[in-house]
Design a protein around this ligand. Structure first.
Ligand code: GDP
Length: 142
């Protein structure tokens, strides 16, 4: 899937506020195609493992608490140059710094409660897609 697919999560703040449909529509209008999707309520172990790279950061525990605060919606999205395109579409981590028209500018509450995750490299996109989806759902990976 490298190059054409990426992994996103509509985070619990946005999903709980009923913004998932608007965010999916926003991304589809930019040419992203949903290849896999699920709704799930992460356990602390799952959230901790997903964000393990941030384990030493001061916000790690708070991030895990946030990501387990309600259901979220992981998806595999497809588009040419998917990883870079989605990073651009979601905007900066802190919505206060995000460009106009980005998902985080439109829908995020704060630097932590920032509506959406997007993989930051092709390698992480593959790893993160396999974290949430089985072989049958990872279209194009086989
Ligand atoms: P991203 O790639 O833009 O999502 O940002 P990072 O990988 O750096 O951080 C992962 C997630 O941790 C972010 O999306 C935020 O939800 C959260 N986060 C990042 N930086 C901070 C921070 O300084 N404070 C808090 N409370 N949360 C943060």
């Amino acid at each position: 899937m490298a190059g054409t697919q990426t992994l996103t999560i509509i985070k619990p703040d946005a999903f709980g506020a009923g913004k998932a449909g608007k965010i999916v529509a926003h991304l589809e209008a930019q040419g992203f195609v949903v290849r896999a999707a699920r709704v799930m309520h992460l356990t602390a172990a799952q959230a901790g493992e997903f964000y393990a790279v941030h384990r030493e950061r001061p916000f790690y525990q708070s991030l895990v608490t946030f990501m387990t605060s309600g259901p979220c919606m992981p998806m595999i999205l497809e588009k040419e140059g998917a990883v870079a395109a989605l990073r651009k579409a979601i905007g900066a981590t802190d919505p206060a710094e995000a460009e106009a028209g980005t998902v985080r500018k439109l829908y995020a509450e704060s630097k932590e409660r920032n509506a959406i995750h997007a993989s930051d490299s092709d390698d992480n996109a593959v790893r993160e897609a396999r974290f949430f989806f089985g072989e049958a759902e990872v279209i194009g990976a086989r």
